[in-house]
Design a protein around this ligand. Structure first.
Ligand SMILES: Nc1ncnc2c1ncn2[C@@H]1O[C@H](COP(=O)(O)OP(=O)(O)OP(=O)(O)O)[C@@H](O)[C@H]1O
Length: 471
């Protein structure tokens, strides 16, 4: 090794050492047999040994896991591998290990290991998990149906009565449940949600009611509180209640009658001060007839029934929602807001939205993500929404419009008539204006929406309508 090479090597080693000190978690560099070759300050701190002492030890002294050593020997990388380390005072700490193998040619020569402690969730963090994100103000839409729903929900929020929310998937049942909790006197208590369809039947009972130590193999020491207990003085949201198995329906019925629970494997009867909000997209009446849902439980839940209508039955709201999500995603993704061509907009409005608001939200996120300039045309819509509609067909849905055809003469695609008026030709403007009125209706509210969609003031809209009428 030349003098220069030796100098370079020393410098490199110092750089590596310097980098290791920047890492707040313990890092060990080991050879292929697990012998410690290097360690950082955090490792000295956790194991309460100087570097000189650490260098005399084997990985097994700090992380007694045969599996981990095996990965080192085989040169296999790991990410978030759960291991227990034994700290300087002999305490076992659950950690996640990251392993970066070191190779010379094909031969594993050792590894760099980083250990990140798996902290237990603090009480504060736990509580943060059970707060709501939504209030009534987040329920967008101005349709008659949504306004009536918000009105009734706000009225019943204050009481403690059980609520049953029905509605198709993605209509906003959980948003409504959270808003009710937020407007109730329990708002400073937890809002605990559980999806009965997402948890395997065998686990659902202990998730809901908790269990005592030794209730079953694998039960935690000291037992565990269930969601009913976690929701104490707050609200328990039972989502997809239609998927609750019959034996739990019977148990839930008893809880609703007695307002007390018993943990699985326990005998103590625990009072539960919890407001229950249940939701389902299933037809519970039909399920009662077919014997899949208990009628007595249904009546216990059905004290305050609320129904969230599907998006296709409140297309008035599409307008607000499209604008809302367009802006939300543009801001979030740091992109400019987009305009819709008349046909693209019509396509969105004509679509039946089986996935409701969730699908609309995803669609707008998709559109904002696309690098398509600021004008959204039919061809930029997801295929499922475009359906089989061709641009020609799309044009045919417009009122007969020579001006629109004229605007398609240049290089713009045939449906690229921007919905905002701005710089369109006069004829195209008239066309768009009439189309917007047709779309949103002739009422004052309809005209307000039309004006907003066209990107002009209501006064301008009226002026232009008067002008058209005069011609
Ligand atoms: N009125 C609304 N205004 C704005 N966003 C809404 C509205 N309703 C729902 N959303 C949004 O739609 C998405 C779906 O809402 P939510 O999860 O409440 O639906 P859900 O009916 O409970 O669905 P599922 O039955 O599949 O659980 C959420 O991202 C929510 O933010």
């Amino acid at each position: 090794m030349t003098g220069q090479e030796s100098k370079d090597r020393k410098l490199l080693l110092q750089e590596v050492e310097g980098l290791l000190t920047f890492i707040g978690q313990p890092v060990l560099v080991v050879d292929a047999n697990g012998r410690v070759m290097h360690a950082n300050h955090a490792a000295e701190h956790v194991w309460q040994r100087s570097l000189a002492v650490l260098l005399t030890k084997n990985l097994q002294a700090f992380a007694p896991s045969a599996k981990l050593l095996d990965f080192v020997k085989k040169g296999k990388p790991l990410r978030d591998f759960p291991v227990e380390i034994v700290d300087g005072s002999g305490k076992r700490l659950p950690c996640l290990c990251r392993l970066h193998p070191l190779y010379i040619g094909q031969q594993p020569e050792g590894a760099i290991l980083q250990f990140t402690e798996q902290r237990k969730e603090s009480e504060q963090e736990k509580n943060r998990r059970y707060v709501t994100r939504y209030t009534f103000a987040d329920i967008r839409g101005n349709s008659e149906a949504i306004r009536a729903l918000k009105d009734s929900a706000a009225k019943i929020a204050k009481s403690d009565s059980t609520v049953l929310i029905r509605g198709e998937s993605g209509t906003g049942k959980e948003v409504l449940a959270q808003s009710i909790h937020d407007a109730s006197s329990r708002r400073s208590g937890p809002f605990v949600a559980i999806n009965c369809a997402a948890i395997p039947e065998a686990l659902l009972e202990s998730e809901l009611f908790g269990y005592e130590e030794g209730a079953f193999t694998g039960a935690k020491k000291g037992g565990k509180a269930g969601r009913f207990e976690l929701a104490l003085h707050g609200t328990l949201f039972l989502d997809e209640i239609g998927d609750m198995p019959p034996f739990l329906q019977a148990k839930l019925l008893r809880v609703l009658q007695e307002r007390r629970i018993e943990r699985v494997g326990g005998s103590e009867s625990i009072p539960v001060d919890v407001r229950l909000i249940a939701a389902t997209h299933k037809d519970l009446d039909a399920m009662i007839v077919s014997g899949q849902f208990r009628e007595d439980l249904y009546y216990r839940l059905h004290v305050i029934p609320l129904h969230v209508p599907p998006l296709r039955e409140r297309k008035d709201d599409l307008y607000d929602l499209i604008h809302y999500y367009l802006k939300l995603f543009a801001d979030k993704l740091g992109k400019e807001s987009k305009r819709f061509s008349a046909q693209a907009l019509k396509c969105l409005i004509d679509y039946h939205w089986p996935g409701n608001i969730r699908e609309l939200e995803n669609t707008l996120e998709y559109i904002v993500n696309l690098e398509i300039g600021d004008l959204v045309t039919i061809s930029s819509l997801p295929a499922i929404i475009r359906g089989n509609r061709t641009s020609e067909e799309a044009l045919a849905v417009l009122p007969q419009a020579p001006s629109v055809a004229a605007s398609a003469h240049a290089s713009v695609p045939p449906d690229a008539v921007p919905i905002r008026l701005g710089d369109s030709s006069e004829q195209a403007e008239v066309q768009l204006l009439l189309q917007a009125i047709q779309q949103f209706g002739k009422s004052t509210e309809g005209k307000r929406k039309a004006a907003e969609f066209l990107g002009i003031s209501v006064a301008t809209l009226y002026r232009r309508l008067q002008k058209i009428n005069r011609k």
